[in-house]
Design a protein around this ligand. Structure first.
Ligand code: BV8
Ligand code: ZN
Length: 253
């Protein structure tokens, strides 16, 4: 069933059906993507290519080969995105997920593809599949690492003070493995949940998008929240076509 905010009658029917799905659920997981942070002013991964970055392919910039080919360019791209993240605040969608379902009595476990840290800032218990853009590590993984508030050495990119290589953002680039422990926790949560909310993701990037399939195959009800169609709509029991910042509070309150 698809309910679109553009068709209030059908949307209300779909929203009520989604709330019925949640009524008996005690294990709820939210798989989120860039769309849940859009209303916090952070361009979605594909939108992030506006302006100066329009002529670059994100999958090319967000890769080790892309970084090694032009470290200064990729470092500046991440520096711009870090500034946007530091200015951003969690929006009502993040807050609704952090509050949980059933008046806050049932927690929602968040598995996110986002690297902006906003779910944690809203108070969610979150698995970050693709790392965190505000953390910095050594390109050669010598062990040198910087937390979000640590002062970084100068340079675009800075030189690693421990081994002389370069520093890079602590995110998972295309072609890189996800942290096996994080992925295993996410797979277990997806396989055990009663309902999976798939929020603000185009469902293009794997293995993250595959978690919706894991949930569905294990018998969970899958509810997509997105203003547009996604690659995961075919696996959903329900699609609520609207922005996370207004749909999630209505769904979870
Ligand atoms: C892996 C961190 C394998 C970096 C990210 C060729 C070579 C190598 C790998 C591959 C290959 N071909 C395919 C692959 C697999 C690849 C992949 O999936 N590629 C895609 C493009 C096909 N995956 C990988 O490479 C992964 N690693 O497979 O390793 C391996 C195996 C063995 C040994 C070694 C390696 C790693 C993937 C992680 C990449 N890193 N991020 C950074 O951020 O800079 S991915 C990045 O893009 C995001 O984190 C996110 O995951 C993804 C963007 O997707 P979305 O979040 O969905 O965002 P998008 O913009 O697409 O959509 C936004 C949605 O929001 C839209 O639907 C929109 O409608 C909606 N929306 C808008 N407004 C709102 C809204 N929704 C709700 N409310 C609103 N208001
Ligand atoms: Zn180093």
């Amino acid at each position: 069933m698809i309910g679109s905010l553009g068709d209030p009658g059908r949307f209300d029917v779909a929203l009520r059906a989604a709330r019925d799905c949640l009524a008996g659920a005690s294990r709820i997981v939210a798989l989120t993507g860039a769309g849940v942070s859009a209303e916090s002013g952070i361009p979605t991964f594909r939108d992030a290519q506006s302006g100066l970055w329009a002529r670059f392919d994100p999958a090319q910039l967000a890769s080790e080969a892309g970084f090694r080919a032009d470290p200064a360019l990729v470092w500046r791209w991440y520096a711009e995105r870090r500034e946007a993240v530091r200015r951003a605040r969690p929006n009502p969608g993040h807050v609704a997920l952090a509050r949980g379902a059933h008046g806050g009595r049932t927690p929602v476990a968040v598995v996110t593809q986002n690297v902006d840290g906003l779910h944690a800032r809203a108070g969610s218990d979150v698995i970050e599949l693709h790392g965190n853009i505000l953390r910095t590590i050594c390109l050669e993984r010598c062990g040198q690492r910087y937390e979000p508030d640590d002062l970084l050495p100068a340079g675009e990119p800075p030189v690693c003070p421990a081994c002389g290589s370069q520093l890079r953002p602590d995110v998972v680039w295309f072609g890189e493995m996800l942290d096996p422990a994080a992925l295993l926790r996410a797979e277990r949560a997806a396989a055990a949940c009663h309902v999976m909310l798939v929020v603000g993701t185009s469902g293009i990037v794997f293995p993250a998008a595959g978690l919706a399939l894991v949930a569905g195959r294990a018998g969970a009800r899958v509810i997509v929240v997105n203003p547009d169609e996604t690659e995961l709509d075919g696996q959903a029991d329900l699609c609520l076509r609207g922005p996370a910042g207004s749909v999630l509070p209505a769904l979870l309150e």
